[in-house]
Design a protein around this ligand. Structure first.
Ligand SMILES: Nc1nc2c(ncn2[C@@H]2O[C@H](COP(=O)(O)OP(=O)(O)OP(=O)(O)O)[C@@H](O)[C@H]2O)c(=O)[nH]1
Ligand SMILES: [Mg+2]
Length: 237
């Protein structure tokens, strides 16, 4: 069984080497890491390139056109599928998603199509985010659940483990340029009747590097969800 961890990066030079290290320390058999970097001005990709010369299971996917969390995620997923991954885990590179949950995800995925690291189930925690940010996420989550009719409690989590067969049905049709890809993947999976399990995680706000999620990205995200809903109602998806 081949496992791929896929992480999109943009200016994560302070996090990426540590993250790769932590994942490799888990000592999981047949595990590969692919970092999908959008030509980060801070040189994140150079660090990954150096590591990949020494570790043959660490790969760099360097993108030079059409920057975006969404485009990068799509390309990363397709890379994993083309390289015959059986299980694919996507996670952020900023340590908000602790790699320690990877073994549990791999255990749970046996019985599900998707295992999701969730901030909204019993036992989960969110640390280091201020009230404004938590309130925004709360309302975004409620809006998405209502609009798309999804039962999942944390619709904004980008820490997810997929079985190959479900991702194959979704990845090639993704359209999001930016972070709305998180909701697009979830909605597409829901339409394909994916069996989804949420496991509680302790989500820690990034300690290093800068956030790329601004008000503009958030507004685009809301609009994207609306577009998905309309497309679905019109029978296009
Ligand atoms: N390749 C690529 N990765 C991106 C892009 N924007 C963000 N990312 C990565 O996507 C992941 C999530 O982005 P974050 O900036 O952490 O977004 P967030 O988690 O919503 O916000 P903060 O944690 O507050 O920073 C991180 O690993 C980023 O480096 C992009 O345009 N291209
Ligand atoms: Mg983050």
């Amino acid at each position: 069984m081949k496992i791929y961890i896929m992480t999109p990066t943009y200016n994560e030079k302070e996090n990426i080497a540590n993250l790769i290290n932590e994942i490799l320390k888990l000592n999981i058999k047949n595990l590969h890491i692919v970092v999908v970097d959008d030509n980060s001005p801070d040189g994140t990709w150079k660090i990954v390139e150096e590591i990949s010369k020494k570790k043959k299971n660490v790969h760099l996917l360097l993108r030079k056109t059409k920057r975006g969390r969404g485009y990068a995620g799509k390309e990363g997923f397709i890379y994993c599928l083309k390289n015959k991954a059986d299980i694919i885990i996507e996670m952020d590179a900023d340590f908000s998603h602790n790699p320690k949950y990877i073994p549990l995800m791999l255990k749970e995925i046996k019985n599900y199509d998707i295992v999701l690291g969730s901030r909204r189930v019993k036992g989960a925690k969110e640390i280091g985010r201020n009230l404004i940010r938590r309130t925004i996420t709360y309302f975004a989550n409620s809006y998405i659940k209502l609009m798309l009719g999804i039962k999942v409690k944390d619709c904004n989590s980008g820490y997810r483990c997929f079985k190959r067969n479900i991702l194959e049905k979704i990845a090639y049709n993704l359209k999001s340029k930016g972070p709305a890809i998180v909701q697009e993947v979830l909605f597409s999976a829901h339409l394909k009747k994916a069996k989804i399990k949420e496991i509680p995680i302790t989500f820690i706000n990034r300690k290093r590097g800068a956030s790329k999620l601004g008000i503009k990205q958030l507004a685009i995200g809301y609009f994207m969800v609306l577009k998905l809903k309309i497309k679905h109602l019109m029978g296009f998806i």
